[in-house]
Design a protein. Structure first.
Length: 440
């Protein structure tokens, strides 16, 4: 009797992302740095010279798909292995099957999704089979393999870094989904190109997310006379996001980060939080914002509140650990802190003035007194002669000259009276007065 397929086993009922899974390198979207003409991974695949490897990259960039394409291209058996549901017993059973395949002249690619979830013993179970060449191991991980994969196993695998898909890559993928018979090619779908771009921005580099949103939008589109129309309102409902004017590479991107920066500088926490929300809800990378806030902490707050840099770095780490949407509150904390902190650009001004001198006087020699003298010749040339070790003095200060002669007396750092920087200003004045009194 012919076996009946359940609803979810029928090809046409599978999710759009599964139906459109690329089967060849030509269909694969993104990762041109690895798969473009003449690039290293493409050459390995085309020359059938595949060895064990680790794919490291964010979700939805094609790690599993690429492994399947490699298996098809190299005529190898493909075993999909989940680190979440499999133990050492299952690993050994798979290895025995792979060795049996090898006896019949067939190579086996064992694809391990989320390999970072395996413990040391489980990872070690693969090691002898990788060493013998019984299997070609392809591991996929969203975590840094340097920390999550055993050194012995990692040393026998090439690591390839897969990047988040760009907006253009995702638009290309969505456009193909509308034309490909495996997607909506057999239906009449009307959707504005700007809405495809909106979906691409929302997906934030994840192909699965982009295709899932498109599928939901089409299924909830307005049907009339055999034509399905997808409106902006439908897309907004499917993403639960307001459609914000935003372009990560265009003018609005820089307008918004500028608005955030200037609102914090102007000590306006309400405006700063608003511009933060505008960026995050439009799909901006939270790590990008965290990097800019970290820059602000030193450029616009500086030593008027040294804790600002600690808060900014902590917010960056929190964003890295947990991502969106949870990390929005950490960025809010950092942005409000920067807005309320006393402001000083003394550090920024100090570096800019020093940079100007450094660029105009690149050949200025280091004074002999503060040079190291690791060799006898250097000692004979007076390297380090007259050096004064501050820790040996009562005041922990010396009158030693550290600037080149041509820059003697130049002042770069001029502290303000803002916040705790007033204390640094007082301390600097004390140091200068001491050196003036003890000038040789």
């Amino acid at each position: 009797m012919e076996e009946q397929l359940s609803l979810f086993q029928r090809p046409e009922a599978a999710p759009l992302a599964a139906r459109l899974r690329p089967e060849t390198l030509e269909e694969f979207v993104g990762q041109s740095q690895l798969l473009g003409e003449g690039k290293v991974l493409r050459r390995l695949i085309e020359n059938d010279n595949i060895s064990s490897m680790i794919f490291w990259g964010p979700p939805g960039v094609g790690k599993t798909t690429l492994a399947r394409i490699i298996a098809n291209r190299t005529k190898a058996a493909f075993i999909n292995f989940s680190a979440v549901t499999s133990g050492i017993k299952e690993i050994r059973a798979v290895m025995q099957k792979a060795e049996q395949n090898l006896r019949y002249g067939e190579r086996t690619i064992v694809f391990v999704d989320e390999i970072h979830r395996f413990n040391k013993a489980q990872q070690d179970a693969f090691l002898p089979f990788v060493e013998k060449g019984s299997i070609i191991l392809i591991g996929a991980t969203t975590e840094n393999p340097s920390f999550e994969v055993n050194g012995a196993l990692l040393s026998r695998c090439r690591v390839f870094v897969l990047q988040s898909l760009g907006e253009e890559d995702l638009v290309k993928l969505l456009t193909r989904a509308l034309r490909d018979p495996r997607g909506f090619g057999n239906q009449q779908i009307r959707i504005d190109p700007d809405l495809l771009r909106l979906i691409a921005v929302f997906a934030n580099g994840d192909a699965r997310t982009a295709l899932s949103v498109l599928e939901m939008a089409v299924l909830n589109g307005d049907m009339e006379d055999g034509v399905t129309t997808v409106t902006k309102e439908t897309v907004e409902q499917c993403t639960s996001k307001k459609s914000l004017l935003y372009d990560k590479k265009g003018e609005e991107h820089y307008n918004l980060i500028s608005a955030l920066h200037k609102s914090m500088r102007n000590s306006d926490p309400d405006a700063a939080v608003y511009w933060l929300a505008r960026m995050l809800e439009a799909g901006e990378d939270p790590l990008y914002i965290a990097r800019r806030v970290t820059r602000f902490a030193s450029e616009d707050v500086g030593l008027s509140d040294p804790r600002a840099l600690e808060i900014a770095v902590a917010a960056y780490q929190a964003c890295h650990f947990i991502g969106m949407p949870e990390c929005s509150v950490h960025l809010t904390e950092a942005v409000v802190y920067m807005s309320l902190a006393p402001k000083s650009n003394a550090l920024y001004m100090a570096y800019e003035k020093a940079k100007k001198d450094a660029l105009s006087q690149l050949s200025e020699p280091v004074p002999l007194v503060i040079r190291n003298a690791p060799t006898k010749l250097m000692e004979e040339l007076n390297y380090g002669k007259g050096y004064q070790y501050a820790h040996d003095t009562a005041d922990k200060l010396t009158n030693m000259q550290c600037l080149p002669d041509s820059l003697l007396g130049r002042e770069y750092y001029r502290p303000t009276e803002q916040g705790v920087e007033a204390r640094y200003k007082e301390r600097l004045q004390q140091i200068k007065e001491w050196k003036k009194r003890h000038r040789g």
